[in-house]
Write a protein that binds this ligand. Sequence first.
Ligand code: NAP
Ligand code: 8YV
Length: 314
Amino acid sequence: MKPDVLIAGSLMPHVMAALEAAYTTHNLLKAPDRQAMLEGVGPKARAIATSTFDGCSIALMDACPNLEIVSSFGVGVDSLNVDHARSRGVIVANTPDVLNDDVANMGVALVLATTRNIVANDRYVREGRWAREGDPPLARGIAGKRVGIVGFGRIGRAIATKLGVFGCEIVYHTRNAQPDQPYRHYPDLVAMAHDCALLVVITPGGAATRNLINREVMDALGPDGILVNVARGSVVDEPALVAALQEGTLGGAGLDVFADEPNVPEALFSMQNVVLQPHQASATVETRRAMGDLVVTNLAAYFEGRLDDIKRVC
Ligand code: NAP
Ligand code: 8YV
């Protein structure tokens, strides 16, 4: 008999097709009465397939008393209640590594877009201002600049390698130093911000990193400093960021993620020194396909008893 799998997140068509072929699926997102579906199907569901975006609430897990595994689309697990899953002995599988390159590329793209005024200058040309007013102000280079990476895991290290090619001096902040890395570790984030021209944030979200980038960190980065966030909106104190940009105590920002997506503080819209993205760091055809494949292969590894092949956080 095929295992019963609850679909609790919006998944790509190729993922849905593979899951529907291998399991008896129950799509909560399409249920006319979600509660009724949960009451009927919850007790027999052995797996939940979801995404970082849609998450997996404690109530959803607990509506599935025989749950064995949650397989999620995305590397971030801040929306998946991992501690609760662990306490129940439920495996939480995610999609690490396959997105490192594209997420790191977005970090690099935001570094270049903010320092070189790419978006503001694009508008300058389209609005006919180049012809009317002449060249825009000079931008800033990044060769020789010190860039602090906040969070130095799979993606943070990929960003370091890529920015190294541009001649940046890389330093990093994490809770634990990584002695095998050739870069300076700063245990003190404010001290690192003070010494850097740019910060690139790529930690997990969740309680441990909430508002890690606070006003003190932004002030240390300073009026010429640039903050790039490809981690989670929750890692940056967003009202403090808006205030620092409005007051000119922070030089600019490149933001892929926000505290209350898809809502973005309107004050940012008119700022020429800010580049905004709608949470697109992993959003390429290639990477999203690979992430989707991993949602499927993680479940297959579990149900085929190949537990060592599961990409999992618990
Ligand atoms: P990872 O390999 O687990 O690395 C996480 C890094 O963050 C580690 O170096 C860790 O070091 C550090 N860290 C954790 N808590 C910290 C804290 N309180 N203070 C300072 N550093 C801390 O994760 P990854 O695969 O690189 O992914 C990182 C995150 O990127 C994901 O969790 C996700 O939220 C985000 N992400 C965003 C997008 C997007 O679309 N924008 C796409 C993919 C991922 P220590 O444990 O030593 O502190
Ligand atoms: C996706 C992400 O946008 O992997 C993550 O943690 O934030 C992104 O890759 C997200 O997973 C979509 O649900």
